[in-house]
Design a protein around this ligand. Structure first.
Ligand SMILES: C[S@@+](CC[C@H](N)C(=O)[O-])C[C@H]1O[C@@H](n2cnc3c(N)ncnc32)[C@H](O)[C@@H]1O
Length: 317
């Protein structure tokens, strides 16, 4: 059932990476299966699946074609994997191990996923539709891509005609990947034309520094990691979103576009959007919403708490 739900993505010639199984939303709690071209990445979030890995592989091989299946384990599951000895994070379960990052296409752009060591299964596939939306808003803009990871949003912004794109992240390794992704896509004239910069820094600190230097952007993307993993962390998460919006707006030109995302499942859409507007008012800006976004079709929502992803595209007056 999970495979047939993704039939239209599977037929695509321009997108060759997508989620095949999205945990309990597809009836398989704690289990994710992502495709990157002909590599499948099986990610287990609970050790309860470990005894069933042979049966899972049989089911996967029966339903899907692939060159290899790579196993990834959440931090919680890694200890159990080590204790068993035969299931390690990054192990290749079938086929030959990948010789490096796995190349794939997303909406005609070329990317590489570090399926052995990258965050999640190597890429943030859930942001695909938001990235495509970003592309349509970037013509001639100066874009700041905060929490850039491997620069996927940055590359879309460049293809969309941005004149200047800055990828900002705390990790030097992911920004090296962002540079490689820009280079890989220079066959698109607009990507070749765009100036690309990277900043390795904490986003909160970098935004303060950019603001005090008078640096301004026409479009600011902020796609932070989850700020709340439990109910107790919700107030702190809302505080962090509030601070982030204020800081983001402080480097955004009047009439500039704010693109903000939240993957904190504990934070409800109502609380998130209310916080964003409250922060804008505190910054003496008014947000005119262009769109609110949620999950792409390959990340279905099967139960209330499964709806973790919230996005906002807004013009900041
Ligand atoms: C959800 S991912 C971003 C995904 C990205 N927008 C994409 O489309 O692929 C979050 C990123 O934020 C980075 N990060 C987490 N905390 C950070 C911080 N305080 N400052 C800068 N980067 C941070 C992580 O290294 C990770 O790359």
């Amino acid at each position: 059932a999970a495979v047939s739900r993704r039939a239209s993505l599977a037929r695509s010639r321009t997108t060759t990476a997508y989620r095949l199984v999205h945990g309990e939303n597809d009836g398989l709690p704690g289990l994710v299966l992502d495709r990157y071209e002909d590599t499948l990445v099986l990610k287990l979030y609970t050790c309860a699946w470990m005894a069933h890995v042979p049966a899972l592989l049989e089911a996967i091989e029966g339903a899907l074609e692939s060159r290899r299946v790579v196993l990834r384990l959440s931090r919680a599951a890694q200890a159990a994997g080590k204790a068993r000895g035969d299931l390690a994070d990054g192990a290749t379960l079938t086929g030959t191990p990948p010789s490096g990052p796995v190349r794939f296409l997303e909406n005609g752009l070329q990317f590489e996923a570090d399926v052995l060591r990258g965050q999640k299964t190597g890429f943030f596939l859930d942001q695909r539709d938001n990235r495509a939306k970003v592309e349509r808003l970037c013509r001639r803009r100066r874009v700041l891509d905060g929490f850039a990871y491997a620069g996927a949003c940055s590359v879309y912004a460049a293809r969309g005609g941005a004149r200047d794109v800055t990828s900002l992240d705390a990790s030097r390794a992911v920004l090296d990947a962002a540079r490689r992704h820009m280079a890989l896509n220079r066959t698109h004239p607009s990507v070749a034309r765009a100036r690309h910069h990277v900043i390795v820094a904490d986003v909160f600190e970098a935004l303060e520094a950019l603001r005090s230097r008078g640096q301004r952007y026409d479009l600011v993307i902020l796609d932070p990691p989850s700020f709340a993993n439990s109910r107790e962390e919700i107030p702190a998460a809302l505080k962090a979103y509030h601070r982030l919006v204020r800081l983001g707006l402080s480097v955004l030109e009047p009439e500039g576009v704010l693109v903000l995302s939240s993957c904190s499942g504990q934070v409800s859409p109502e609380a998130f959007f209310a916080t964003v507007h409250r922060a804008a008012r505190a910054a003496r800006r008014v947000l005119k919403e262009l769109a609110r976004t949620a999950h792409p079709p390959d990340h279905p929502i099967g139960f209330r708490e499964g709806a973790y992803l919230k996005g906002l595209f807004a013009i900041a007056k």
